[in-house]
Design a binder for this molecule. Structure first.
Ligand SMILES: [Zn+2]
Length: 385
């Protein structure tokens, strides 16, 4: 990772580069920022620059032996410490060193856009308790007390430092306060409230802002070769979280499908509520049949989409438009049904969504559930017209 590819404001990069060039790197730093920003990539670009054998004015050379090792995240003086737990392969006493290959592969596969949720899945799905543990701290202290393999800096990156176990953290305090010469600790966290005050007080805080909307759009365009209007649309609802933007990008087709289904369902509901039962009911029936064929998960997803969209409709209807996160296509749809959801009928409608989900989860007859859902919604909307 080079600075030029990090999605962080230039002034933060400049500050870090300058600290290296002026030889005043502070030995323990905390990069704090919201999920989906590029803190982790920034920490790697910074580490790489420190170790680069032929530094440019503002970035690493990219071609020296040290840079090549950083390409593969295999530099012997770069120590990555991250939340871990036992896995299928490592059944006892896990630590970051044992899982380092899996973690490195995960970083490279995700192009340095990593999230704790995705990492937990990678660890085996149900490892909600993954933590930086006592063994990790012992390893840090061991490496801190030994010479750097390549004679330069030893760098420890602690990703998701809020997951440093509180019983392990005290072991690190002395090391953080008085590290060996040429040692750098970079702690990366999303939530400083969960970090012990004694750790916080020993680190220099660097706040990493959310990624700017324009930067998200251009990065999506670059990475996925997608049309700029789509990228702009996704960037607008991603709230500075690039990982979320990638998810939205991958789910576009799904979103289009949900939009079309919602449109059909609510067009029919409006017509029935207005006692016009002649139009296109067959089309709605076909839509339900298709959805039912897809299985119970997609049926649930659609109902959840309906309930989220209904909440958005209410926001629009109660002049909370500024809080509304929606793509341009969604906004068009919302505008069309704007007036049907009110404070009076919303709770009843949301209840119907939940009831339908409840019955689908319990293997009820989906055809009956959707027919019932439709009629209930007609009557709720009719009752408040
Ligand atoms: Zn280099």
């Amino acid at each position: 990772m080079l600075f030029k590819n990090v999605l962080v404001n230039e002034d933060i990069k400049k500050k870090l580069v300058t600290s290296v060039r002026e030889d005043r790197i502070s030995h323990a730093q905390l990069f704090l920022g919201q999920p989906g920003n590029h803190s982790f990539a920034l920490a790697l670009a910074y580490s790489r620059y420190i170790c680069c054998e032929n530094k440019g004015e503002w970035d690493s050379c990219g071609i020296c032996p040290s840079c090549h090792k950083f390409d593969k995240l295999e530099h012997p003086d770069l120590h990555l410490i991250f939340p871990n737990s036992n896995t299928k392969e490592i059944t006892k006493d896990s630590d970051s060193e044992q899982l380092s290959q899996q973690f490195t592969k995960f970083i490279l596969q995700n192009n340095y856009h990593i999230s704790i949720e995705d990492w937990l899945v990678e660890l085996g799905g149900e490892n909600k308790q993954a933590a930086i543990n006592i063994r990790d701290c012992a390893n840090i202290i061991y490496h801190n007390n030994n010479h750097a393999y390549e004679g330069g800096y030893k760098i420890f990156i602690l990703w998701m430092a809020e997951r440093l176990r509180h019983d392990a953290a005290p072991k690190l305090l002395k090391t953080l306060e008085e590290p060996e010469n040429k040692t750098l600790f970079i702690l990366i966290a999303e939530n400083s409230d969960k970090i012990l005050a004694t750790i916080l007080s020993r680190t220099q805080l660097i706040k990493i802002p959310q990624i700017k909307q324009e930067l998200i759009a251009t990065q999506l365009e670059k990475e996925f070769h997608a049309p700029l209007n789509i990228c702009n649309d996704i960037a607008a609802i991603s709230e500075g979280n690039y990982i979320q933007a990638i998810r939205y990008y991958n789910e576009q087709e799904e979103l289009e499908k949900q939009l079309a289904r919602f449109n059909l369902l609510f067009t029919q509901i409006m017509q029935h509520a207005g006692n016009d039962t002649t139009k296109n009911f067959l089309e709605l029936k076909n839509m339900f049949d298709e959805l039912i064929k897809e299985g119970r998960e997609p049926q649930k997803n659609f109902l959840m989409y309906v309930s989220i969209t209904i909440r958005k409709l209410l926001m629009l209807n109660t002049n909370n438009e500024a809080l509304l996160k929606a793509t341009e296509r969604e906004k068009q749809l919302l505008e069309k049904f704007k007036n049907i959801i009110t404070l009076k009928n919303i709770s009843g409608i949301l209840e119907e969504c939940n009831t339908a989900i409840f019955h689908i989860e319990r293997n009820g007859n989906s055809s009956l559930i959707f027919a019932d859902f439709f009629l209930k919604l007609v009557s709720k909307i009719q009752g408040t017209k």
